[in-house]
Design a protein around this ligand. Structure first.
Ligand code: ARG
Length: 612
C-alpha cells in the first residue's frame, strides 16, 4: 500500500506497512532452485536468476508447501520477477500471522499485511513476560576483551569507549543466550615497572612492604608518580641502571620486586574499580598481561618447535600468511612483546578456556596488530574459522568539540574520573535549571542526576556508529531533544506515568486478557515498531553494531509521540480531573512501549538507558 514511498526510506516505509517480504535466495551450485525465507522487515530487493525448465517443478514445490495448489506447476521456462511474485502469492499458505490477500507490487515485491490478532498476541506476551528476542541459533562461549587500561598510566576516553561498548556487547550477547565472560586485559606487565619499583623504594624508604594483608601504598595520584619516575629514568643514568635491575628481578620472580609490583597494581586497581562502579559495570574478570608470563614461554617453545619462527637480526619473528608485516615474538634482548602476550592470550582463550567467540573491543588503531595476532593464531592451528569466531570490534577516536583529539584546555589527557565528575556536575545543573529539586527528595535528585550523567555518556557513545570517530560533547549529550539519553529517559518517565495517573492495574488487566488497542492508524504504526524488537536485537547481536538499537529506541519514542498526539488514553474533564473514560487498551499499549527500551537496558542498569 505504501510501496511508492519505500524508495527513499525503505526501512521506515516498511515499518509503516508491516509487510513481510518473501525473498528468493540464489543458491550457488543448485541452479534454478528457488528457496524462500521470511524476513519481517527487510524491504530490500534481493535479485535472483531465471528459473530454468529442468528444475521448474522442484522450484515451485519448494516455494509452495501446499503442493496441491494449482499454481505449483506450470511455471513458464523463463519467468519475470513479477511472475515469481505472483506464484508466491498464489501459494502463500493460510496462516495466523498474515492477512489473506497478499499482493504483488512494483517490479516483483510481495506485500502482505500482518493480522491485528497476531500483533495483539505478541504485545500481550511482551507485557506479561517482557519483550523477547529469538535465541541465537548457535549458543557460544564468548570471551569479551574490554576496557583493558594500563597500570599507572591514565585510563583515558579510549578505555571509556571500550568499557561502554564492551559492556553493551556483553549484555546483548547474554540477552540472546550466549555464555559471556568479560575479560579486562590490563596492561600490568612490562619494563615500566622497573622504574616504578625503583622510584617507590626512594619515595617510601620506610614503607613496610611485607604487612599481611598488605597496607595500600599512600599514592593518591599514580599517574603523577609514573611521570616523576619517567623524568628520573630519562635523565639519571644511575636510576636507569637500578630500574633495569628491578625489571630483571621482577621477571625472575624475586619476592620483594613482585610485592612492590603487586602493590602498585593494587593502587591502579582501586582507581579502575571506582570508575567501573560509577558506570555500573561488574563481573569484569581481571586477566592482565602478567597472567600470561609462563604461557608466553610455552607459546614461544611451541611455535619454535613447529618451525613457525624465523630469526631476524636477533629477533624471532613469525609471518602469518597474507599479512604484510610479521609478528615479533621474541625481541633481540630475549624479552617478549605485545604480540607475544596477545598470542598467549588468544591461545589461552580458545585452546585452554574453550571459548568459541572472542571479541576484542579495542580501538581501531590496533586493528593491524589484532589482525596479525588472529592470523598468527590461525597459522598455529589454535583455531578454525569454521568453529570459532574471533573478531575485532573496533571503534574510532574520541574528539573534542573542536574535532581535534580529546584533551583538556591545557592540552593534557583528560582523566576519566574528572570527566565523570564533570558529567555529574552538568546533570545536576540541568536538573536544578528545571527546578527539579523542588519536586524531588534529595535522594531522588541524586539518583536522577546519576542516571542522566552516566546514562548520557554511555548513550552518546553507543548511539554513534562505533567505527566512526566520535565527538564528545556534554552540551550535545545533555540535549533534551533528538536521539539522546535525556530525551529517552524523559519519554520513558512520561509513558510510565500514564498507567499510574489513569489508575490502571496493568498486571491485572494483562492477566484478565484485556487486549492492547490497535484500531487507530497511529496505534498500529507504534505496535508494528514494537514488534521489530526481536529482529533489531538479533541483528545487532550478530553485527555488534549497537547504534542500531539506539536508533530503534529513538524510533519507538517518535512513534509514541505521534500516537500520543492523536490518541487519548484518559479523557479529562474541564476541571482537569480524570473522567471515568479510561481507554485501558491504549494504556496497555503505552506500557508495552515502555517495556521495550527497558528490555534494551540491562536489568541492573534500569535508569541508565544503556542500550542492552
Ligand atoms: N592495554 C591496551 C591499551 O591500552 C589495550 C589492550 C587491548 N586488548 C588486547 N588483548 N590487546 O591500548
Amino acid at each position: 500500500e505504501e510501496r511508492q514511498d519505500c524508495s527513499r526510506r525503505t526501512r521506515d516505509a516498511n515499518h509503516a506497512t508491516g509487510e513481510l517480504h518473501w525473498r528468493t535466495v540464489p543458491q550457488p551450485g543448485r541452479h534454478g532452485r528457488l528457496r524462500t525465507t521470511r524476513s519481517a522487515s527487510a524491504c530490500s530487493h534481493v535479485g535472483f536468476g531465471v528459473v530454468l525448465a529442468a528444475t521448474t517443478e522442484e522450484a515451485s514445490k519448494d516455494a509452495a508447501p501446499d503442493s496441491n495448489s494449482p499454481a505449483s506447476t506450470n511455471l513458464p521456462t523463463t519467468v519475470s520477477p513479477r511472475d515469481v511474485a505472483a506464484a508466491i502469492v498464489a501459494n502463500l499458505p493460510r496462516n495466523d500471522v498474515t492477512e489473506e490477500g497478499a499482493e504483488v507490487a512494483g517490479p516483483g515485491f510481495v506485500n502482505v499485511r500482518l493480522r491485528r490478532s497476531f500483533v495483539a498476541r505478541r504485545l500481550a506476551d511482551a507485557l506479561a513476560r517482557g519483550p523477547r528476542a529469538p535465541a541465537a541459533r548457535r549458543l557460544r562461549r564468548v570471551c569479551i576483551d574490554m576496557s583493558s587500561p594500563n597500570v599507572a598510566r591514565e585510563m583515558h576516553v579510549g578505555h571509556l569507549r571500550s568499557t561502554i561498548i564492551g559492556e553493551g556487547v556483553a549484555r546483548l550477547l547474554a540477552f540472546v543466550g550466549h555464555e559471556v565472560e568479560k575479560v579486562n586485559h590490563v596492561g600490568d606487565w612490562g619494563t615500566q615497572f622497573g622504574m616504578l619499583i625503583a622510584h617507590l623504594a626512594d619515595c617510601f624508604p620506610d614503607y613496610n612492604y611485607k604487612t599481611s594483608p598488605p597496607t595500600p601504598l599512600p599514592i593518591a595520584d599514580l599517574q603523577s608518580f609514573y611521570r616523576e619516575s619517567k623524568v628520573r629514568f630519562d635523565k639519571d643514568e644511575e636510576f636507569k641502571r637500578r630500574a633495569y635491575a628491578e625489571v630483571v628481578r621482577l621477571q625472575r620472580g624475586d619476592a620483594d620486586a613482585t610485592r612492590a609490583w603487586s602493590l602498585i597494581c593494587d593502587v591502579s586497581r582501586c582507581d579502575f574499580e571506582r570508575i567501573y562502579e560509577r558506570l555500573g559495570i561488574s563481573d569484569l574478570v581481571e586477566r592482565g598481561e602478567s597472567f600470561y608470563q609462563s604461557r608466553m614461554v610455552d607459546v614461544v617453545r611451541e611455535l619454535e618447535e613447529r618451525g613457525l619462527l624465523q630469526e631476524d637480526e636477533g629477533r624471532k619473528i613469525m609471518f602469518p600468511p597474507g599479512r604484510p608485516i610479521p609478528l615479533t615474538v621474541v625481541k633481540s634482548d630475549g624479552g617478549y612483546t605485545y604480540d607475544t602476550s596477545d598470542l598467549a592470550a588468544i591461545r589461552h582463550r580458545i585452546v585452554e578456556d574453550r571459548r568459541d567467540w572472542i571479541v576484542y573491543v579495542v580501538d581501531s588503531g590496533q586493528g593491524v596488530h589484532l589482525e596479525n595476532v588472529f592470523a598468527g593464531a590461525a597459522m598455529a592451528g589454535w583455531y578454525d574459522l569454521e568453529r570459532e569466531r574471533v573478531q575485532h570490534v573496533g571503534f574510532g577516536v574520541v574528539l573534542g568539540d573542536d574535532r581535534k583529539k580529546f584533551k583538556t584546555r591545557s592540552g593534557a589527557t583528560v582523566r576519566l574520573s574528572d570527566l565523570l565528575d564533570e558529567g555529574v556536575r552538568r546533570a545536576d545543573a540541568k536538573l536544578r535549571e528545571k527546578e527539579r529539586e523542588k519536586a524531588l527528595t534529595e535522594e531522588e535528585l541524586r539518583r536522577a542526576r546519576d542516571a542522566i550523567a552516566y546514562g548520557c555518556m554511555k548513550y552518546a557513545d553507543l548511539s554513534h556508529c562505533r567505527t566512526n570517530d566520535y565527538v564528545f560533547s556534554f552540551d550535545k549529550m545533555l540535549e533534551d531533544h533528538g536521539n539522546t539519553a535525556v530525551y529517552l529517559l524523559y519519554a520513558h518517565a512520561r509513558i510510565k506515568s500514564i498507567a499510574r495517573s489513569a489508575g490502571v492495574d496493568v498486571a491485572a488487566e494483562t492477566a484478565r486478557g484485556t487486549s492492547v488497542s490497535l484500531a487507530h492508524e497511529r496505534e498500529w504504526r507504534l505496535a508494528k515498531t514494537l514488534l521489530l524488537f526481536g529482529e533489531v536485537v538479533a541483528r545487532a547481536a550478530d553485527d555488534l553494531m549497537l547504534h542500531s538499537i539506539c536508533e530503534y529506541m529513538y524510533d519507538i519514542a517518535c512513534r509514541f509521540s505521534e500516537f500520543y498526539e492523536r490518541c487519548y488514553c484518559i479523557e479529562r474533564r474541564e476541571d482537569g480531573t480524570v473522567a471515568s473514560a479510561v481507554n485501558v487498551g491504549r494504556v496497555l499499549l503505552c506500557e508495552a512501549t515502555a517495556a521495550t527500551p527497558v528490555a534494551c537496558a540491562a536489568p541492573q542498569s534500569v535508569g541508565h538507558p544503556t542500550a542492552v
